[in-house]
Each structure stands twice: as C-alpha cells, then as structure tokens.
Design a protein around this ligand. Structure first.
Ligand code: ADP
Ligand code: XUL
Length: 542
C-alpha cells in the first residue's frame, strides 16, 4: 500500500488530499481544505485577494500561502489515521500566473528552514517584494502592448508562447515590476510561480518549474519548451538568471525537507513538480484524450481540453498550455465565474437553493434578455471597465437576473471556445458550482453536449495526487499509461449525466446570435442590438 499527497493552493483556499493506492485500487483517505480569509484574517484578504484602491490590481500574500501549507501539514501529521511512513510522493497545483519574488538570501534560507519556528516567519525575509500579483490582475495593458510590439505583433507572440500577451500572465507582470519598482527588481534573485514557490518550500531549495505552468507566462517557447530568449529580452533585462529551471511535468524536483519531517513527522517523500491548477484539474477530471472537454466552475470559470492538432486562438483570448501528459491543451478563462454568480445571488437575497429554483422556474432563453456578466474586469473577452451590461433586462427582476448571469456566462463560454476544434460530445464538469444541476442544465443546452459532473470539487488536488503516483512509478522504472492513472477515480460517476434538452438547444442557437450582438455592441464593435433582440424575442416565443 502506498500513499500520495496532492495539494491545491487556489485563490481562496488550500486543499489537500491523500490517495491510497493498493494494486490498481485507489481511494481518498484524507482530505482537508483551509479557507484563507476565514482561517488567516490577519492578512486582510477578501476572497483571497489583498484589498487595493485600483480595481485593476490584484495581489495576494506568499506568506499567507506558506502559513496555510504549514497548517495543512500540521493537521496531516497530527490527525491522519493512516501510516504516514507510507507517503511516497507529494505534488501540487496552484492558481496559475501569480509570481513570487525572492532575494539572494532565499536559497540559503530555504536550505536552512528551521523546524523549530513557523514557516511564515521564515518566508518574509526571503522576499524582495512582499506581495504576489495574481491571475486576477488586469493592470498591465501597457506592458502587454510593449511586449507585443517588441515580439512583432500578437500573432507572433501566440505562435511563440501559445498565448497573446495577457495582463495576468507573468511576463507582463515582471515587466511592470522592472519598470515601476526597479530597486525591488534589482533585489530579486529568483522569480517563482505560485506552484514552484510552494514546491521550493517543500524541498528546501529553489524548485524547478514544470512546462505546464510555465506556459502561462508569455516567456516559454512552446515549441522547444525552453525559455525564449526573445521573449525574455522583450520583458526585462537580466531575466534569464532569475527564472527557475524548466522540467517535464512528471519530474521529481526533490524530497520533503527536514523542516517537514522534523516539524510534522512526515517521511522524506519525493516531491514531484507542481503545476497550474487547470493542467492538474485536467488529470483530476480524467481528461486524457481530446474527445472530452472540461468545464470548471470555480472562482474563475474555465473551459479546457487536450488539443488534437496544433492551433492557437486567433481572437487572442484563448491559451495553449502543456498538459501534465506532455500534450498541448487549450484553455479559456473567464474571470467572472462563481463570484459573479454570488453577486447576483446575494443581490436577490437568495441561497444556492433559491438560485437553483429561480433557474428551474424561468424559461430557457430568458425571453430574449441578455446579461454580459462583467461585474469585475473580464479576461474573455478582455474588458477593463467593470460593470454588468444588461439588454432588455430589469436589474430589479431577481429571477430573470439569475438566469441571465448563467446564460450570459455559458453563451460567452461557447462563443469563445469555438476555436478549440470540433465540439466535444461530453463535458466533464468540476468546481464548486458543478454540484448545481440547474447550472449544468444550461451548460448542456448551450454546448449541446452531455454534462457529467466529476464528483469531487477537489479535482486539482486529486490530479496532483495522481500525478505524484504516476511520477513515482516512472521514477521506479514502472511507467503506466494515463488511462490507467485516472481509471476508477478521476472519472464522472457512471449514470450521472445531464443531457441537453432539444427545445432548449434550438433556443440557445438563436440566443448565441443575440449574445454575440450584445457583446460586440458592449465592446464598441457593433451596432445597437435592440432591433435584433426584438426579432429574436418573438422568434423564441413562437
Ligand atoms: P476555487 O476556484 O477557489 O477552487 P471552487 O471550485 O472550490 O473554487 O468553487 C467555490 C465556489 O463554488 C464558491 O465561490 C461558490 O460560489 C460556488 N458554489 C458552491 N456551492 C454552489 C452551488 N450549490 N451552486 C452554485 N455555486 C456553488
Ligand atoms: C487560468 C487562470 C485561472 C487561475 C485560477 O488561466 O488564470 O483559472 O488559474 O486559479
């Protein structure tokens, strides 16, 4: 019997689970989630983000992430009722794109982590910048433009790195820091992503970064999977020596440092390269071939899947990353996910049950009313000025707004993922909102696909535990295929399926035109959609 620990440091919480593997049988024997705002109020985060006057800026605290990791390991060491000595490997997933800036003293401090003192007090002195910009940041438009120009245009950047220069990606964030805080940049010896930062704390040395999370930086050459000299030059001087080594996703990057073995009684288990939460979730929901896509309804909503051929998104909003299997994966991210649904829910004074009831009791297509749910600056399509846009929709009509937010989100998701290739027949749904059947019905109807919820909301952590197992076996010379890795656990429950309703599918084909017209209008690219919406209203009413 062997045990594997998978961690997920997401925007709002740290989740960890332990997978027991016996032969081919796998089960989760331990699970714990730690909410950042509630458990560590002293950092002052709201939904995991430090308050800031500028709505375009979003940062969090690396010390908070370290403290949560320490707390989790302490709970694991003291409360788990399985033999911890059987823990063979650990891996993790983290919110993508966020960056942590460490000074020249960090390498020695990592090596000498003192098991007698909490991790949080030892991390502060390693930082050359106290906060970490995260994926919700939208403040680097000027830096994106400069990088795009230096690299010969948006198409060239996509061709090279898999994505256009994006506000939340790490390269533009680094350029901003270099330009606006030159002293802090000079004092920076190593720039980690959240994933490789937490792996460094586990191993007690600067850990390598996997190709998957590195693809979210606008810095890696997606073809050769090396740092692109051109992209580095377009970003900031002296960057090459500040970046971690790049490795394949299944690489062992070290072992649990004495800090963890002595402080929390863990064995010196192998640490497998951490990756981004979305690539890890791909494994956690069983995406091991290109026939299925996943919809993750978490803090952000994402749609992703393995790609069967080389392509990038000509609109510039979608991304190509390296999946944990080593293949390319496509991803589109919508910032206004759960937090937008919560906004509407709260404005109507509902709980989730009431939200579901409002969905169940309102008609598909919402009588031709449309909401563009951009409560916060949106990533896809890029929108910097926050504020929901409503077409034919009265803000005071609570139930219609509930339907409108979900329909707006899913129509946008379908529209902006069309570039990924032929539509999948099956969607694996995950994330906190995947337990909501009424939301999943809208997903099924809009995407014209069967939706299969993947039971656990912890798909990123489960993916990490499965990746740890896969890498451990590979390291022992017993490599196994990915089908076998996910078999029996990272799969939707058999028979649990939400099927598209034919009449709704028809309505949403029409509403897709309505949504497109509203989006174009709101982006200043198209005419007032009112006449079209009136025509569509009578079309779907008949
Ligand atoms: P993260 O992306 O931070 O890991 P999760 O995937 O855990 O987030 O999702 C958390 C979100 O799930 C909460 O913010 C909440 O809005 C949403 N959620 C929880 N239960 C429901 C429900 N029954 N219906 C819709 N959304 C829900
Ligand atoms: C993906 C993205 C988000 C974060 C959320 O590109 O920015 O999904 O990874 O944690």
């Amino acid at each position: 019997m062997a045990f594997y620990l998978g961690l997920d440091s997401s925007t709002q919480s740290l989740t960890g689970l332990v997978l027991e593997v016996s032969g081919n049988a796998k089960r989760v024997v331990f699970r714990r989630s730690i909410e950042f705002d509630a458990e560590f109020p002293q950092y002052g985060t709201r939904t995991g983000v430090l308050p800031h006057d500028d709505p375009l800026v979003a940062a969090s605290s690396p010390i908070l992430w370290a403290e949560a990791l320490d707390r989790f390991m302490q709970i694991l060491g003291s409360e788990s009722d399985f033999a911890l000595t059987g823990l063979r490997a650990v891996s993790g997933a983290a919110q993508q794109h966020g960056s942590v800036y460490l000074n020249a003293g960090a390498a020695a401090r990592l090596r000498e982590l003192d098991p007698g003192r909490p991790l949080s007090v030892q991390v502060g002195p390693m930082l050359s910048r106290p906060d970490a910009p995260i994926w919700m940041d939208a403040s680097t438009t000027a830096e994106c433009a400069a990088i795009t120009e230096a690299l010969g245009g948006a198409a060239a950047v996509r061709e090279l790195t898999g994505s256009s220069a994006c506000e939340r990606f790490t390269g533009p964030q680094i350029r901003k820091m270099h330009d606006r805080e030159p002293a802090a940049y000079r004092a920076t010896d190593r720039i980690h992503l959240v994933s490789s930062f937490l792996a460094s704390l586990l191993t007690g040395r600067h850990a390598a970064l996997d190709h998957g999370d590195a693809s979210g930086m606008n810095l890696m050459d997606l073809g050769s999977r090396r740092w692109s000299e051109k992209a580095l030059r377009a970003t900031a001087p002296g960057l090459a020596r500040r970046l971690p080594e790049l490795v394949a996703p299944w690489s062992i990057v070290g072992r649990l440092a004495p800090y963890w073995t002595e402080r929390h009684g863990l064995p010196p288990a192998k640490v497998v390269a951490w990756t981004g939460d979305n690539p890890s979730t791909a494994i956690g929901v069983g995406l091991v071939d290109a026939a299925t896509v996943a919809v993750s309804l978490g803090t952000s909503d994402t749609v992703f899947g393995l790609l069967s051929g080389a392509r990038t998104d000509p609109s510039g909003a979608g991304h190509v990353f390296v999946a944990p299997t080593g293949e390319p994966m496509a991803l589109v991210c919508f910032r206004n996910g759960s937090l937008a649904r919560e906004r509407v829910r709260d404005a109507c004074g509902l709980d989730w049950e009431g939200f579901s009831r409002a969905l169940a009791e309102t008609p598909a297509g919402n009588g031709g009313r449309v909401m563009l749910p951009w409560f916060e600056p949106e990533i896809t399509p890029p929108v910097l000025a926050p504020g929901a846009r409503r077409y034919g929709l009265d803000e005071r009509d609570g139930r219609a707004n509930v339907r409108a937010v979900v329909e707006g989100q899913m129509l946008a998701a379908a529209r902006h993922t069309a570039w990924m290739g032929p539509r999948a027949g099956t969607i694996h749904a995950t994330g906190g909102a995947a337990r909501n059947r009424e939301i999943l019905q809208v997903v099924a109807d809009v995407f014209e696909a069967e939706v299969r919820p993947v039971a656990a909301a912890d798909a990123a952590a489960l993916g990490a535990a499965l990746r740890a197992w896969h890498a451990d076996l590979l390291d022992e010379g017993e490599g196994i295929g990915w089908e076998e890795v996910v078999a029996g656990i990272a799969r939707p429950a058999p028979g649990d399926v939400v099927r598209p309703i034919a009449a709704h599918v028809e309505i949403y084909r029409t509403m897709a035109r309505a949504y497109a017209a509203c989006e174009s209008h709101a982006l200043g690219e198209g005419p007032d959609p009112t006449p079209l919406l009136e025509a569509i209203r009578s079309e779907i009413a008949s």
